[in-house]
Each structure stands twice: as C-alpha cells, then as structure tokens.
Design a protein around this ligand. Structure first.
Ligand code: URA
Length: 450
C-alpha cells in the first residue's frame, strides 16, 4: 500500500509528482491513499510506499485539458479529490480520450468539482467587503471570508490588481492572503467560529497581527499566484485561440448565462469581477450589441447600467423603443481595464479577445432569433459582421446578414466623449434617427403579425 502525504490542501505540484511516480510504477488507484500533512493524529511525517517505488523513468502525456481541470478540481473541499484525480490519470494513461466521455462518472465528477471551484472563486470576488483598520497609524484593509472550497490563492491576484494601491488582508480559516502593494503572501488560517461582524473583525485583526506578520511565517509560503501572476498582461498576450465555434442546438438564455459565468476563453476573466452577460426577454425582436461592460457594469453584473447606459436609455425612449422589450448585450463579456490609482481605466478589446468572446454572441443570437441586430460602435460591428466593419460607411440602413437584419450605428460612449456641445446634440439626434429605423421595423413586424 502507498500512503501519500501532500504538503497542503492545494499542493498540486506535490500531487502531480507523486501521481507521476505512481503511474510509472504501475500502482493501481486501489493501492494508494492520499492525505494532507497535519491531518490525523497518527499520521507519519512523510509518504510511505510498500513495496518501495522506483524513481520514475520515462514520460507519458496527458491532455493539457486534464492538467487545467486537475489544477482547479484539487481546490475542491471533497476529501476524495486526490484519489479521483489519480484514478483519472491512471485511466487517461490507458485511454487518452477519456475526457471526451461526458457521462463517465469520474469525468462528470471532475467537471462538477471544477465548476463548483470557479463559482466559489467568483463568489469570493463579488462578496468580499474590506474594512479599514488602524486608520490613525498605518491603515490596513481587512476582510473575513469563509470559503467553501480552497479558492483563496486562486482569487488573491484579482484583489491584488483591483486594490493595487491599498494594503489588504483576507482572513479565512483555511489560509490568509495579504497584499503589501508589491506581492501576495499566504499565511496559515485563523480558527474563528463563524463570520466576525464589525468590531469583532478589528479585535481578531489586532490579536493576530503580530503572528500574521511574523517574517518567518510570511516567507513560509509564497503564493503560487505571486506578483508576476498578478500584474495585468498586455492586451495582446495570453489569449487562448478561440475554439472553432459550433452552434449546436439553441440553448435557453438562462443556460447560456450560467455557462458563460465560467468563461475562460481569453485572459480578461482574470481581473474582471464577473462575466456580464446580455439581458432582456427570450422573445426579444431586437438585439442591441455594445462593446464591453464598463466599470459600473462589471460591478453590477448587468450591461449598460452606467453613463453610456443612461444615454442609451434616453435615446431608446426618444426613438420609441421600450428597453424592457429588447435584448441588450456586449461583444465582449468581461471588463478590460488598466488600474490607475483607485480608477479602472477602460481599454478597448483587441481582435483576439473579440474573437474569443464571439461564441457567446453567436449563441445568444441562435437562442433569441431576433428580427434585427443593432451594432453600436466598431467593436460591436466587428463582432456582428465577423470582420472589421466601418461605422460611417454602413450606418443608418438595414443590412441583410444571414437571415437577420443588421443595423450599424455609433456607440453611446462616443456621444459622451464629444467635447463640443453642438456636435454632441447633432450626433445624439443622428443616433436617435438610427434607432428609429429599428423602431419602424418593429412596428412593421407588429402590423404584419396582427
Ligand atoms: N459600454 C458598453 O459597450 N457596454 C456596456 O455594457 C457599458 C458601456
């Protein structure tokens, strides 16, 4: 029997190294147990192997997809996860295409675990509220979180880029994450029962401060998501080429929205708060497409709720279109920005990012089957027409596009940016006129249906 002891709950490298040795020694999953150091009173200090294992010779390949899934699923709290991952690795060694068998119980389980981990990391990103402590001396922002899975290290780089200019700590009973303006560090968790409210958090912080910031402990574990990982990469880097998109059956919008919440098709999800999916009725006859969520939309999780949204609402009303009856979405579903102090500066998405996200537009379109798609601005036009499409040359007329009508117009943010009031008023009127073309089409369809 082989008893493997991993260094921590999230010790993927330790699991990978042990698993590789075991597979290359032909050890069956039934002959291995997995635990984490420090769990259980009678646990030996290190792994034991009977019969002894040979140092691994040779190599074997597993699909890159398995490695990605395993790195995420190992963060699940299920104690069986290490054994499940080893069983999958063992089976993949014999059947390289195993992950394609969606109804295999082990395959289904690893996918469910990875999904739960992504959801929990997302919950952490959206629910943490920092409290400022020690204002008179050096202020520090502290938050308490109770993770359902081991996601603190996974989510920490998001807070490092989001709150880059303030020192913060996230305390949990698993591990604590700290940001000093330069690097993320991880220290052991704090055992507190339940979520401490208000002054209790301050008290816990004061009590643990010296222990947490003992330099020896800080050095004890460098986050695997250390500073390099937490800097925002230039726009052109790290975009995974989009999978060839295949429109299968038309999914309901609610199912698409759930699926898109875990989208990792390009790197933009890393720093955005959440996927901002489209919004509106399944039966909408008009689909409005913008560029990407802005700061307000990123926080609210809804498209066009900030200043550009207010401009859009006003123009829709003037054109005689009820926003509640149209479907409003964006070409790119994650907020792209660079942090500047406390502000997040909008960045235009590039072509690989637009392409990576287009699958969602295609699936929204297939799900709603609107009569008309309105592309607002150059990014939306590039997404809708699937190629660079100049606005001025194409705006203001209905264009036939593979069974749907398309209308090109400017983006409401363009109007907000115009410095000259006259030009602003003139361009706003042109925008309303463009939207009236959509309103007229809706009226015609309504008359025809009556
Ligand atoms: N700009 C967009 O293109 N979309 C939004 O949702 C908000 C601003």
């Amino acid at each position: 029997m082989h008893h493997i002891i991993l260094g921590s709950e999230t010790d993927f490298d330790g699991w990978r190294s042990a698993a590789r040795t075991l597979v290359l020694n032909d050890v069956t999953p039934a002959d291995v147990t997995w635990t984490v150091r420090g769990h259980g009173p009678d646990q030996p200090e290190t792994s034991t192997a009977e019969p002894p294992l040979e140092p691994p010779h040779g190599t074997f390949n597993v699909p890159a997809k398995f490695v990605e899934l395993a790195k995420t699923a190992i963060l699940h709290r299920d104690a069986e996860r290490f054994a499940l991952l080893y069983r999958l690795l063992w089976r993949l060694h014999r059947d390289h295409d195993l992950l394609d068998v969606a109804d295999d119980p082990d395959v289904a389980r690893i996918h469910a675990m990875a999904k739960a981990v992504h959801h929990e990391a997302q919950r952490m990103r959206t629910s943490i509220r920092f409290r400022e402590i020690g204002r008179e001396h050096t202020s520090h922002f502290v938050a308490w979180f109770e993770p359902q899975h081991h996601v603190v290290e996974l989510a920490a780089p998001f807070f490092a880029s989001r709150f880059a200019d303030m020192p913060w700590s996230i305390l949990t009973s698993d591990v604590c994450a700290h940001w000093d303006g330069h690097a993320v560090s991880i220290t052991p968790g704090i055992s507190e029962a339940g979520m401490p409210a208000g002054h209790r958090l301050e008290e816990i912080w004061q009590r643990h401060y010296a222990v947490i910031f003992n330099p020896a402990r800080l050095a004890a574990k460098q986050s695997r998501n250390s500073p390099e990982a937490s800097t925002i990469k230039p726009a052109s880097e790290s975009v995974t080429p989009p999978e060839p998109t295949m429109i299968r059956h038309a999914d309901r919008l609610s199912a698409l929205r759930d699926e898109a919440a875990d989208c990792r098709a390009c790197h933009l999800y890393e720093h955005a708060t959440q996927t901002v999916f489209g919004e509106g009725p399944q039966s909408a006859q008009v689909m409005l497409v913008g560029e990407q969520p802005g700061d307000k939309e990123d926080l609210a999780g809804k498209p066009f709720v900030g200043p550009a949204g207010q401009m859009l609402d006003r123009a829709l009303e003037e054109a005689g279109i009820d926003r509640k009856k149209v479907y409003v979405t964006n070409a790119v579903k994650h907020f792209k920005f660079v942090p500047r102090g406390k502000i997040r500066l909008h960045q235009k998405p590039n072509t690989p990012e637009i392409k990576a996200c287009r699958q969602w537009y295609e699936r929204e379109l297939a799900s709603i089957k609107p009569d008309l798609v309105v592309a607002m601005g150059a990014t939306a036009a590039q997404c809708v027409f699937n190629r660079l499409t100049p606005i001025n040359k194409n705006r203001g007329r209905l264009i036939d596009l593979e069974g749907v009508k398309a209308l090109v117009t400017v983006h409401p943010s363009y109007l907000l940016r115009l410095p000259d009031e006259d030009a602003k008023a003139r361009e706003y009127q042109r925008f309303v006129e463009d939207l009236k073309i959509a309103a007229e089409l809706l009226r015609k369809r309504a008359r025809a249906a009556a």
